[in-house]
Design a protein around this ligand. Sequence first.
Ligand code: SF4
Length: 278
Amino acid sequence: MSVEYRRVRVSSALSRSGLYDLDYAYNPYAGCAHGCLYCYARAFTRYRDAAEHWGRVVYIKENAPEVLEREVRAARRGVVGVSTITDPYQPVEEGERLTRRGLEVLLGAGFRVSIQTKSDLVLRDLDLLSRYRHLVDVGLTITTMSRGVAELMEPGAPPPEARAAALERLSGEGIETWVFLGPILRGVNDSRESIRAVAEVAQRAGARLYFDYFRMKPGLGRAMGAILARHPQALDTSWAWRSRVAKLVERVCSELGLECHPPRAPSRAGGGDLTRFF
Ligand code: SF4
């Protein structure tokens, strides 16, 4: 899938976060070339064409690190999510390095940083993350260990085994890590085998596991057409199903001796049912 990149200059780079356990967010890109079909970050992106053509239009906020540098001088220290509505290590980061430069600013200024990504490109910054390991945690989103299912749901993202290897490498460097298993979709990645395969990755790396169910947002039904064609029940997130999945995940974690965190209500500032994860 070809991606159109657009350069913009911004006047703000450090935004307040309403998400659980985050004070701020740094999103150096708008839109995401990983193009996950279930992604609801599109509903929170102010660039309309990036939202409408999710995965095919990405904005590069080219002066974000400089603006960030200015902003952190006046900001109270806190935890910064990198990122919350885009993947900070999507392919364009390899050349642009806006995530890397933002991390240098934030960590150098004593902010704590919580990174979430689907990409092993995060390993490029191992030197920096290791140096500031006391201020960093890194989460890898792994929805499934099946390459075929991942390609269906997350067509532009690195394969699950690359994410698993990145997680192990980060943990091996003494960096705090976690796995986000989500969204769990009915009939797609909710089987015991699927959940256990992801949980085993977390166990091997000594990471904790968070999980969450799919959350419907406006427009997602259309975006998820390719998933629904194969799994027509995927949007059905009844209470009974959620309860069954929660018990299943918790049982698997208990068998593996894994620290497990169920979905949590976020929002110190009105984030509704939006978790920091997507
Ligand atoms: S879920 Fe994350 S990685 Fe996937 S498209 Fe959305 S922001 Fe990108």
